[in-house]
Design a protein around this ligand. Structure first.
Ligand code: HPA
Ligand SMILES: [Zn+2]
Length: 355
């Protein structure tokens, strides 16, 4: 919530594109407990892990993440309650309702199939459930949506390769298919920086869109690996770019979009305060970025919460918000007509605000 109600409503209605949200990161404790009961999934015992005694206790624990890996340990337990197609659809639909209320017009959402497959949930169940949620958002809200298949770095690259091959053979990356690109996430520092190099090279040769988490906790060399070894078209997070002026210059020249997640960066202790997230530096340097929620059910707020946090910390002008909105549209993996339509909506919204 922005302190100024006029600015709050300006930001709420500003047409947004979200490029960095993990559907599994939209699983609220309430939905987690209800799906665990319905599916007979055992969550950690509250006697030994009191944080799993209630939704309130989990929310309390979520206030104290110490690092990306600390958060991920909760995120991977949470998603274990997802079993049936309806669970996946319900989770996606909960996200899209929040996103719509926050002024999202176009959403490109991540999911982690390897984790579900490893628990015995068929790939098809996951994709069909999430896809049904996307289709409902398109039908009921006129949103455009894209599903991005994320590989997780804490599991073997050979597993990721099998998932990619399966998705490719099913035609999921074809026009009208369920998927629109690949990403890479989970623990950053530790696994090899270029562990999915072969998959990304295949994806590139087949014309599949590519993004990758890099430079969240890892130094700029992780961003370089994503650009060089993965030919990544976007960088998810990318905040450690602040440690390399020459790389920042390259990102500007190559018009790489960073999908920045300010509240996530605070919750996972990348920075102490939002004012340290390099929003001002990126705007001044001409680095293109979008603002995103990452794992909103774990970090205490959806996309508008991130927009407001940025506004409170930086006091951006309407012109700067226009730049952010237009760069977000330009960096989206969506047809040119749709980009033009969204750009027009941004201009109309700003004119109305200034009238
Ligand atoms: O912020 C993140 N970073 C890496 N992996 C993730 N998976 C969910 N959220 C994240
Ligand atoms: Zn992420």
């Amino acid at each position: 919530m922005c302190k100024d109600s006029k600015i709050h409503s300006f930001l709420q209605q500003l047409p947004k594109c979200e490029h960095h949200v993990h559907l599994e990161g939209c699983l609220t404790p309430e939905l987690m407990f209800s799906l665990a009961a319905r599916n007979g999934v055992t969550l950690p015992d509250p006697d030994t892990r009191p944080e799993f005694s209630s939704a309130e206790a989990l929310y309390e624990r979520y206030e104290h993440f110490t690092s990306l890996d600390d958060f991920l340990s909760y995120y991977f337990i949470g998603m274990s309650v997802l079993k049936q197609k309806d669970d996946y659809e319900a989770l996606a639909w909960e996200y899209f309702q929040k996103a719509h209320a926050d002024g999202v017009h176009h959403a490109e959402v991540f999911f982690d199939p390897q984790e579900h497959i490893n628990r015995g949930v068929p790939y098809e169940t996951v994709v069909m459930g999430f896809k049904a949620g996307c289709q409902r958002a398109e039908r009921e809200y006129g949103m455009t949506t894209k599903l991005i298949l994320c590989f997780v770095k804490h599991l073997p690259a050979s597993d990721a390769s099998k998932v990619f091959d399966l998705a490719w053979e099913r035609g999921d990356f074809e026009l009208g298919g369920a998927l629109h690109g690949i990403g890479a996430s989970s623990s950053e520092v530790g696994p090899p920086k270029d562990m999915f190099k072969e998959i990304y090279a295949t994806a590139h040769s087949k014309g599949v869109q590519r993004t990758a988490h890099a430079g969240e906790e890892g130094d700029p060399s992780y961003i370089i690996a994503a650009l060089d070894a993965y030919k990544s078209q976007r960088i998810d997070h990318g905040i450690r770019l602040i440690d390399s002026p020459s790389l920042m210059e390259r990102v500007v020249q190559e018009e790489i979009l960073l999908t920045v997640c300010p509240v996530s960066n605070i919750k996972l202790r990348c920075f102490d305060h939002i004012s340290q997230v390099p929003i001002r530096m990126f705007l001044d340097a001409g680095v293109k970025f979008s603002i995103n929620s990452d794992d909103p059910a774990y970090f205490g707020g959806f996309i508008l919460h991130n927009y407001c946090a940025v506004q409170e910390a930086f006091g951006l002008s309407v012109t700067e918000w226009r730049t952010i909105a237009l760069n977000s549209i330009q960096g989206s993996w969506v047809e040119q007509d749709r980009k033009l339509e969204m750009e027009n909506r941004v201009h109309e919204h700003i004119q109305k605000h200034q009238a």
